[in-house]
Write a protein that binds this ligand. Structure first.
Ligand SMILES: C=C(O[C@H]1C=CC=C(C(=O)O)[C@@H]1O)C(=O)O
Length: 442
């Protein structure tokens, strides 16, 4: 008889902090676990549990496993905010058959802030140690005050000097192969086999094993204020595209597709780029596919789905995007991870129709995307959470004791539709790489 694997028993204790923590400064310099946007976010210190997933069912497996862990957990939370109590940060691979693992990480300590509310959560694995007669009161003894003065663990390590790196064309993704790929995708579209195919390319570099990754993270967080800056299991970036935010039965998303590079050298040229984007039927068409894919995927789960009437121009330091915001209420309780699984892969990162676009990506792109264009975010014990599409990001190899450096690969792509020009698409990827190339530069 096969037995169900044991569900770990976790204990989470959350208390308010009296002072605002500096989240980026508190991150582990070499293995940061961070999620931040302006005055909201969290940093994980240490690791209590790591769950890994692979294959086509990675989202549903993760949602199921997380639900069981949350149900089994002992939570003492005097803060009661989304993300307080038990929570995990995660990153999921793009492709069903990716060789890269998807993970959920439960930190040992989580320091978080939501505007003027700050808190600290300590999460321990009590699977082996639980005394079943223990009462909740006994379990939290010693943690009774509502507020904790900021403890010593909240003193960050001093920053180390930063040595900028430059990226070059990746050996597995040469520019010529990308340009040929765009032509091939256009042919596929012209033959009527797909309407939109999102193609990406990669650039790479190496970074000292002891590099202090808080420098690129603070640059991303300071410059990309409309993006979520993240670092989860070596995946670092700042994404503008919210796949799903779920809080107390309300859900929202921000769909992006359609791009123009910014022109900081000329206000007039910059405004022209924005206006071209807003009036281009090609970009509007590409955008509509992305919105439709999210609306179709979310519809079975929600009532009252609202979208902004017209796509609006989202201004980021590197690009203009066409953006549509969506809001809805959930019909029944579905966790943020279940919704991510339902929406992924949206037409913003795969294409239309989904199956044909995914097949074309597999055939044309000469590499495994890994977590790029997958999902990255967090989930709490109630199933609430925030997940973005892993864009404008780079994946670092794990630190290996035999090497003094780590490889880092950045990926960026764009939607190819009928009439797409390969050179234009290439320039668009250069603009999309800027958050990463500049954050890791001098
Ligand atoms: C695939 C990427 O961007 C997507 C999100 C926004 C705009 C996009 C576009 O205009 O093509 C892409 O769909 C990327 O940044 O690598």
């Amino acid at each position: 008889m096969t037995r169900e694997p044991l569900v770990p028993k976790l204990k989470a204790v959350t208390r308010s902090l009296t002072e605002a923590p500096d989240l980026v400064a508190l991150a582990d310099p070499e293995h940061p676990l961070l999620w931040i946007r302006g005055d909201r976010g969290c940093v994980g210190i240490g690791e209590t549990l790591r769950l890994t997933f692979k294959g086509p069912d990675r989202f549903t497996d993760a949602a199921k496993k997380w639900r069981a862990i949350a149900k089994n957990a002992r939570i003492d939370d005097t803060v009661q905010m989304p993300g307080s109590g038990l929570m995990a940060l995660g990153t999921f691979a793009f492709a069903d058959h990716s060789g890269h693992e998807s993970v959920l990480i439960v930190p040992r300590i989580l320091v978080a802030r939501h505007r003027e509310a700050y808190w600290l959560t300590t999460i321990t694995d009590i699977t082996e140690t639980t005394d079943i007669t223990e009462t909740p009161e006994a379990a939290t003894a010693g943690n009774s005050p509502e507020t904790t003065a900021n403890p010593a663990i909240l003193t960050p390590e001093a920053p180390r000097p930063w040595q900028g790196i430059t990226f070059t064309e990746s050996t597995q993704s040469p520019i010529d192969a990308y340009l040929a790929g765009v032509r091939k995708a256009t042919e596929t579209i012209n033959k009527g086999e797909a309407e939109k195919i999102v193609l990406a390319r990669q650039i790479e570099s190496t970074i000292a094993k002891d590099a202090d990754l808080r420098t690129p993270l603070s640059r991303l967080a300071d410059r990309y204020l409309d993006c979520w800056t993240f670092a989860v299991d070596g995946l670092i970036g700042a994404s503008p595209e919210t796949l799903i935010r779920a809080t107390d039965g309300a859900v929202s998303a921000r769909v992006l597709a359609g791009t123009r590079g910014r022109h900081p050298e000329s206000e007039q040229r910059d405004a022209q780029a924005r206006d071209e984007l807003l009036t281009s039927s090609k970009e509007q068409h590409e955008h509509a596919f992305a919105v439709q894919s999210v609306v179709t995927a979310l519809s079975p789960y929600v009532n009252e789905l609202h979208t902004s009437e017209e796509p609006f121009p989202l201004q980021l330091p590197n690009v203009w995007h066409l953006a549509t915001d969506l809001g809805a209420t959930l019909k029944e309780h579905s966790s943020a991870l279940e919704l991510v699984g339902a929406i992924h892969p949206s037409a913003a990162i795969a294409g239309t129709p989904t199956a044909a676009a995914v097949a074309a990506i597999k055939e044309i792109e000469p590499f495994d995307r890994g977590r790029y264009s997958g999902a990255v975010g967090w989930i709490d014990a109630d199933g609430d959470g925030e997940w973005v599409i892993a864009l404008r990001c780079a994946q670092l190899d794990p630190a290996d004791h035999r090497n003094s450096s780590r490889r880092i690969i950045a990926s960026a792509g764009g939607g190819i539709v009928a009439g797409s020009d390969p050179e234009h698409e290439l320039r668009e990827t250069v603009s999309k790489f800027r958050p990463i190339t500049e954050a890791f530069g001098e």
